[in-house]
Design a protein around this ligand. Sequence first.
Ligand code: ADP
Ligand code: MG
Length: 618
Amino acid sequence: MKHLKAVNKYFRKYKWRFLLGIIFVIVSNYFGILAPQVTGYVMDKVQVKMQRLSPGDAASYIKAGSKSYDPLVKLFIKEVENRISQHDFAWLVMICGITLLVFALLRGLFMFFMRQTIIVMSRLVEYDQKNEVYLHYQQLDTEFYKMHSTGDLMSRMAEDVSRVRMYTGPAMMYFINLVALIGLSIFYMVQKDLELTLYVLAPLPLLAITIYYVNTIIHKKSENIQAQLSNLTTNAQESYSGIRVIKSFVQEKAMESFFEKNSADYKSSAVNLAKIEAIYFPSISLLIGLSTLLTIMIGGLYHIKNPEDITIGTIAEFVVYINMLTFPVSAIGWVASMIQRASASQKRLNEFLETTPAIQDVANPVIPEVKGNIAFNNIDFTYAHTGIKALKNFSLKIPAGKKVVIIGRTGSGKSTIAQLLLRMYDPDQGCIEIDGIDIRQMNRRELRNQISYVPQDVFLFSDTIAGNIKFGLDTASDELIRNAARQASIEREIDLFPEKFKTMVGERGVTLSGGQKQRISIARAMIKDPGIVVFDDCLSAVDARTEKEIIGNLYQYLQGKTAIIITHRVFSLFSFDEIIVMDEGKIVEKGTHESLLKLNGHYAEMYRQEQEQEVSEG
Ligand code: ADP
Ligand code: MG
């Protein structure tokens, strides 16, 4: 329960709505509680008529029955009694019937308002909480995302938040409703007769406890079923998206039997649950029926012993109270388990909301005005969760406006350099400076805004192509988007799509090749025009001719910018200011294309291998 304290701030935020909701609950129950009293009155009238009591006896009988009614009901009775002499008995019954109907309508109306306030409040809280979680996600760094699976993150956002909503909404509402109803009905019952009240209420706790236990069992089982269902869905989804692999490896039969087994497990659990539920609901009705029976029986005994105090109307009144109480009381178990689950979910949310990102801005970050002098000074960097030492005493100075190529085998630490420059991680040793300022002193947003970055692994959103290209810019004219696409050599291909730049990407749209995705990702970087450019191996899936074309355009684009071009292939066509050769987290060679060939080391070897490959490929 203590975890749910975190939600209190939302109750405070919506306190007026919440308070109004509580008032509606009370008013609704107030009208509810008047119905048994009017029913009791009619019953007494019937009794008086059947017993053919003398007017005097009749009056005192009615008086005894109605002595502890609500003032509003008393007023109603007074009015009816005043007029009864001019009408017959049917009129009386009809008037009472209409009154009951009016009370029921009023009760329903306020119940509607109660839902409109409390349930709506819980939706508002849910919305706020989702935003809170999402905002926190955005602040956490890459390290966090490496440690948590997407599924885990998603379930916090979706499941945990909605479970907490069950607490702020339905559970809260049922609870207040229960308290109001119990409070009001016990108030009137005790005024009538304390002993009888105790007798008739006695079975209710039993009912609540039984339902709580059975509910827990049902809940466990249905959670299980949920898990199996999601298993089944994942299974089915994987086989749809992997259908080509399945077919080419002739694994249809194997997949089929796997699915069948999962499906059979799901079926038997579901059938099992259905059986328990089939017993559950009739048992509740039985328990409710029993308490009604008990009320009539005990009330009857009281009436026989003491007809003056406990009238037939009182018994009827109590029966209606008990019937009104059984549902909310049986909901206690349900509410309790809902609160338990909400608490567990909120605990998970709290844990997550309390994780602070390892990389944070300093108190008064510098807003850089980048000229583009980059310096890596003696950088050591180890990936914390794997212990892989990716950079060892790495130093590199790139004066503003210079273009540097970083080349090296896979795993030599090239991408790590880019990640550190963007401050996705902080180095263990050494520092990175831009224009002489340590990037840790800078505002991260501004730093990243100054760098146009094409990551090694392309990611496109389920959006239009134009939307993907202008990602991160608030506004971008069609002209600009087209221009960026042209520079990335993807314009012609986009124009061939049915809806051109408005074509959707991903599952709901076109399927793009790896090379096309890379080029859209390049266009996304090229539409920005900052002083520093970092391209991480972004031409790996592009054919040789297109590569030449893009590099040609790059020449234009890079004018006056500082550039780091990461690659695992040699570009001989473009004259870069410096070529850095990386191996095992260290710089092993540096120079120009010609000087490195002359050196006849790693670079020359790579170049030779590439030339041979090109020749053999024709
Ligand atoms: P390159 O880009 O040259 O292929 P990377 O900089 O990606 O090399 O990787 C350098 C080393 O760090 C490799 O051994 C790689 O396995 C490891 N590495 C890269 N990224 C991560 C990561 N996110 N977590 C743990 N280890 C990583
Ligand atoms: Mg890489």
